[in-house]
Design a protein around this ligand. Structure first.
Ligand code: ADP
Ligand code: MG
Length: 322
């Protein structure tokens, strides 16, 4: 019911950037190779994601707004071997509870697509429409029915920063997908399909290229891949710290410490190490279900990964005579 939807929405949808994250992840799960993000007024008036993924049938489109309607989990076992980003089936229901949502979608086999409008969990219209294969979800007037939430939002520059952070995290984790981001009709990012180094450079600018040193290590329990930023470029800034586990951005202070430990003595005073580290582990050996926004992960072999990561970073630093 509507009240339950609104309460749950509070957990999933904290600000426009939460909508961005959920919609981008759905597009990735749908197998899109191109994802466009359109934002107006730092997401207050519009967050729209357009993808060329597999789309939804009319029935699935209708179901997608129901709480716990996920097409991604079939059994309890699946919960422990997650290959998709979504699995709770509450993002769209939560977003639709607190915004005006317009969905347009079409599968490959269908002649015409489906268009659904929903406002505060109430379906306003459902029609057939002409559209390309894929899905467009426009989220307008976020928190129109929760003034307290709306007033709690920060300045446009802060909200836009959060949106860009989410966009960058997702784009860095999926270099084989093309991403675009527009804000108020100006293009902020246009990232073609790339390799990891090209994607990092695409996100942070051409000067980044010479700063990157590769890190790679394959072991029984973890595959490590990615780049560290040469310490000479870390000048009293907070730097950029990115960890990805199985293509998902995570925050992990303990592993962060592992990389810092490898840099010990090499960084300028008060500078922090910068890095883009991609870890691959058996999905069964991690627990990502500890928070609805899913940026925290628990590893089975935390200590071993710490040690392996520190060694791998040290090895790269040595290899490049740093
Ligand atoms: P979850 O991602 O946890 O399954 P969501 O509420 O985010 O839950 O989405 C509900 C369902 O809607 C998904 O399981 C999927 O079947 C469908 N869906 C959502 N977004 C898309 C999309 N961009 N393309 C295709 N299907 C989608
Ligand atoms: Mg989802």
């Amino acid at each position: 019911d509507h009240v339950a939807n609104q309460i749950a929405a509070g957990e999933v949808v904290q600000r426009p950037a939460s909508v961005v994250k959920e919609l981008l992840e759905n597009s990735i799960d749908a197998g899109a190779s191109q994802i466009k993000l359109l934002v107006k007024d730092a997401g207050r008036t519009l967050v729209q994601v357009i993808d060329n993924g597999k789309g939804m049938s009319t029935t699935d489109a209708r179901l997608s707004f129901e709480r716990h309607a996920t097409s991604k989990i079939n059994s309890a076992d699946d919960l422990f071997a997650l290959n998709t980003k979504g699995f709770r089936g509450e993002a769209l229901a939560s977003i639709a509870a607190v915004a005006h949502v317009e969905l347009k979608t079409k599968t490959e086999g269908e002649e015409v697509g489906t268009q659904i409008e929903i406002e505060g969990s109430v379906i306003k219209s459902q029609e057939v429409c002409a559209t390309l294969q894929g899905t467009s979800i426009a989220v307008k007037n976020l928190f129109f029915n929760i003034p307290a939430r709306r007033n709690f939002l920060k300045s446009d520059s802060v909200e836009l920063r959060h949106i860009i952070d989410e966009f960058q995290r997702v784009a860095l984790a999926h270099e084989s997908i093309a991403f675009m981001l527009y804000h108020n009709d100006s293009e902020l990012f246009n990232l073609p399909i790339a390799n990891k180094r090209q994607r990092i450079v695409g996100v942070f600018g051409p000067k980044t290229n010479e700063k990157l040193v590769p890190v790679t290590e394959e072991t029984e329990i973890v595959d490590i891949d990615g780049f560290i930023v040469k310490p000479e470029f870390s000048k009293k800034t907070k730097g950029e710290q990115f960890f990805f586990v199985n293509d998902r951005f995570i925050k992990h202070p303990y592993l962060n410490h592992s990389v810092s430990a490898a840099f010990d003595g090499l960084l300028p005073d008060r500078a922090r190490a910068s890095y883009f580290i991609y870890l691959k582990v058996d999905p069964k050996s991690i627990d990502i279900n500890i928070h609805p926004t899913k940026t925290e992960v628990k590893f089975e072999d935390e200590h071993a990964i710490y040690t392996l990561l520190r060694a791998a970073v040290k090895h790269s630093l040595g290899q490049f005579n740093i």
